[in-house]
Design a protein around this ligand. Structure first.
Ligand code: PLP
Length: 387
């Protein structure tokens, strides 16, 4: 059967070149990057080369790049690390209602510890209003954390402007750029952010590796203590093969992101247009203009997203629902809820997230398979009767 993967916002396949770059570090180049001998130096050189590649991708300095176990840890390190270290300066944090749980839950943890948190609303496209940020800031505010691009609907936030507002008031700014890196331009100097998170497996690198960019001079508390790795900010023997893989993925992203994003956007637009032409009662979620080039989130009225996903899976097509389905309890997506999408509509949402391995034929196949699935499911839906 034909297999089509359209869930790149969940994870990406590794680029072949990334795998090739990693292999020697599983085999003969197995040294500990902290060892003084030639085996150690070989590993250290590879780690520092990867650090330079990531820095180049972000327009950062290599010393500003800290390797972590992924986007989740990077977010935790930025948020908890900064708040714990700067507690005496204030106890207020500002974030948004549409963050990934890797931001929402660390913030919630701080709330339990006595921090006060403001969750900014978004408009119907998922964008944060600059005025809302200005209004939320108090003398107690020490950190603002706003994602660069949303993983469910792809909406891109005005990070440069939001960061400027924070910086002018001496407030640190963190952005979860896990979905943005490799898809749109991410330049830490132009953005003016203090902290930025990225993840290896969302840019065709390995899982279990990520980066936190920490602007020179910003002080944080480590979450994991032990040896003197990563400037005492993240103890533990470096995962050299994964770091090398991430470095290679960063290099490829820097050279190829623009062309690939353009190609993928064309495919995404074709898919969007095709769905709108072929299927009635659909709504596109996300900003028409400020949206990741690979992401299409669609609500199909009168059907459940999970049923669509399972039916597409039977045809070999992998997509995901906007809603997080955990242990059988179907809760509508917090992102779509914040955007004001009615709960029943949100339940019928599906996220198509395209990537480097997708071709025009994949779109044709999806557009052939999807309309009859929706029609069949709607015929079985009590909500749809009479239409
Ligand atoms: C995937 C993702 C994360 C988590 O990254 P991991 O490397 O899987 O821990 C965080 N934020 C966003 C927006 C994501 O899409």
């Amino acid at each position: 059967m034909r297999r089509v993967y359209m869930d790149h916002n969940a994870t990406c396949p590794m680029d072949e070149r990334v795998i090739e770059a990693m292999i020697p570090y599983f085999e003969e180049k197995f040294g500990n990057a902290s060892s003084l001998h030639s085996f150690g130096r070989e590993a250290r050189d590879a780690v520092e080369k990867a650090r330079e590649e990531v820095a180049r991708l972000l327009n950062a300095e290599p010393q500003e790049i800290i390797f972590t176990s992924g986007g989740t840890e990077s977010n935790n390190l930025a948020i908890k690390g900064y708040c714990w270290r700067n507690r005496e300066r204030g106890n207020h944090i500002i974030t948004t209602k549409i963050e990934h749980h890797a931001v929402l839950n660390p913030v919630k943890q701080l709330e339990k510890e006595g921090f006060r948190v403001t969750y900014l609303p978004v408009d119907k496209y998922g964008r944060v209003d600059l005025e809302d940020l200005k209004k939320a800031i108090t003398r107690e505010t020490i950190l603002v954390s706003i994602m660069m691009a949303n993983n469910e609907v792809g909406t891109i936030e005005p990070i440069r402007e939001l960061a400027k507002i924070s910086q002018e008031r001496g407030i640190a700014f963190h952005t979860d750029a896990v979905q943005a890196v490799g898809k749109i331009k991410v330049d830490v100097k132009k953005l003016g952010v203090d902290f930025l998170s990225l993840s290896g497996h969302k840019i065709y690198g390995p899982k279990g590796i990520g980066v936190l960019y920490i602007k020179k001079g910003r002080k944080i508390e480590p979450l994991i203590t032990g040896g003197h790795h990563e400037k005492n900010l993240r103890a533990g023997t470096e995962n050299v093969p994964a770091i090398v893989g991430l470095g290679e993925a960063a290099k490829i992203a820097r050279k190829e992101w623009k062309e690939e994003s353009e190609r993928i956007k064309n495919l995404r637009d074709k898919l969007e247009k095709g769905i709108l032409e072929r299927i009635p009662y659909v709504r596109i979620n996300g900003h028409p203009q400020y949206r990741l080039p690979n992401t299409l989130n669609v609500s199909f009225e009168y059907v459940e997203g999970e049923s669509i996903i399972l039916n597409l899976d039977l045809e070999g097509i992998a997509v995901s629902s906007g809603s997080a389905c955990t242990s059988g309890t179907l809760e509508p997506s917090h992102v779509l809820m914040a955007m004001g999408v009615p709960a029943v509509t949100a339940q019928g949402s599906v996220r198509f997230s395209l990537g480097k391995d997708n071709r025009e034929e994949d779109i044709d196949y999806l557009l052939e398979v999807l309309p009859p699935i929706i029609e069949r499911l709607r015929k079985m839906s009590p909500l749809y009767s009479g239409k």
